[in-house]
Design a protein around this ligand. Structure first.
Ligand code: MRU
Length: 370
């Protein structure tokens, strides 16, 4: 999407040296746009774990390139055990986003088919490129399907402002381009619809305040940052027309794991009769599980993310400050699960599906591996 006057994506292979992968290091946004070079699989692991890059689809694409870099590093004799070990370590970096395991498994599968190391490297490179391109195309399709919901609301409101609430960052920064939850919004904006986005700040990492607000602003989309607890109040006063969020893992019956706090937005939306949609590529489905509450591993991150907050001082220095008593313990669950019954629909690259098993079986049949 447009940022700083040019078209940017989150991850690409360096033009002059295809053994280096470049990413936007999102820890510095919205204050600085920093590009990071990743030249080993270990650097990719650190980038995922420490959230230089984040968002389920982007984690998947980065992991695919990570396996390509692992192949470049693997010993010529018996590279298999090196690759299997790198795969296991990559998968362990973040447990909730299923795209990570999905991309690593795809890379292992193509590399297993090649006998020579050169063949494995080539296959991993080509597939990482394909996964990146497919993510762009899928997110675009999500926008084209999802925009119909916003057009309908706009029509009902006779062109008055359509207010969309979103949580965390399910924008292009979480993918390669377009985003998932934001893609219908960007499409609507391009079509001239009168849209406005309520951006949940999304404690503790503030992906909404730092990333979603930045990307919407860079693209010129009207938006307002709100504290995480404001959504219910806005809904009660008719100021939210629809909620659209992303997903890190969605089960075969439509239970949705997404950033912590998503469930509370879904509850408030249901209580106020506001439609709650989840936008996701099919790579974010985990078809092997049904019960999201019992079967999804929820990442727990360091307490320091809750206890400290970072930002820009008036002197333009980036500073990290303590906001709790030094000795107070803090817990930091990264995600929660919204049960399918609270989800009005799943916006995918194949269209909009109901969040229940029968409907999703129909979607599964459309996938290449069916
Ligand atoms: O911890 P993060 O920033 O990786 O969490 C991201 C989210 O929860 C997103 O909503 C999700 O990955 C969907 S991104 C299209």
């Amino acid at each position: 999407m447009q940022a700083q006057g040019k078209h940017l994506t989150t991850i690409w292979v360096k033009e002059v040296n295809n053994e280096i992968v470049q990413v936007i290091d999102q820890r510095h946004l919205p204050h600085h746009l920093v590009i990071e070079d990743l030249s080993t699989v270990q650097e990719v692991m650190t980038a995922i774990k420490e959230m230089h890059i984040r968002g389920a689809p982007l984690i998947g694409v980065a992991a695919a390139y990570g396996m390509y870099l692992a192949a470049l590093q693997a010993p010529a004799h018996h590279p298999e055990s090196y690759l299997e070990q790198a795969a296991a370590q990559l998968k362990a970096t973040r447990p909730t986003a299923v795209n990570l395991q999905w991309a690593v498994d795809q890379q292992l599968a193509v590399m297993r088919q090649e006998t020579s190391l050169a063949g494995k490297i080539k296959a991993a490179y080509q597939q990482a490129h394909r996964i990146r391109e497919e993510d762009i195309a899928n997110c675009r399709q999500i926008g084209l399907h999802g925009v119909s919901l916003l057009e309908k609301i706009s029509l009902q409101k006779k062109g008055e402002r359509v207010n969309i609430l979103t949580h965390c960052n399910a924008g292009w920064l979480a993918c390669v381009d377009f985003g998932t939850a934001t893609s219908p919004i960007y499409t609507a904006f391009e079509k001239g619809l009168n849209v406005h986005v309520w951006v949940d700040e999304t404690r503790p990492r503030n992906q909404g305040a730092s990333l979603t607000a930045w990307e919407l602003g860079q693209h010129g989309v009207p938006h307002t940052v709100i504290v995480d607890n404001a959504g219910g109040h806005l809904m009660q006063h008719g100021l939210v027309d629809v909620v659209i969020v992303g997903s890190d893992r969605t089960t075969a019956r439509g239970d949705v794991a997404n950033k912590i706090g998503t469930y509370l937005k879904a509850l408030a939306a249901r209580d106020n009769g506001i439609p709650f949609y989840v936008a996701l590529p099919c790579s974010s489905f985990d078809w092997t599980i049904k019960d999201g509450l019992k079967e999804i591993n929820i990442e727990e991150r360091e307490a320091s993310e809750v206890k400290y907050i970072s930002g820009l001082t008036d002197e333009h220095d980036c500073k990290r400050v303590l906001i709790t008593p030094p000795d107070s313990p803090a817990s930091n669950y990264g995600f929660d699960v919204t049960p399918a019954r609270l989800v009005n629909g799943l916006i995918t690259e194949y269209g909009i599906y109901e969040a229940h098993e029968t409907s999703l079986q129909g979607l599964k049949k459309k996938l290449p591996a069916g």
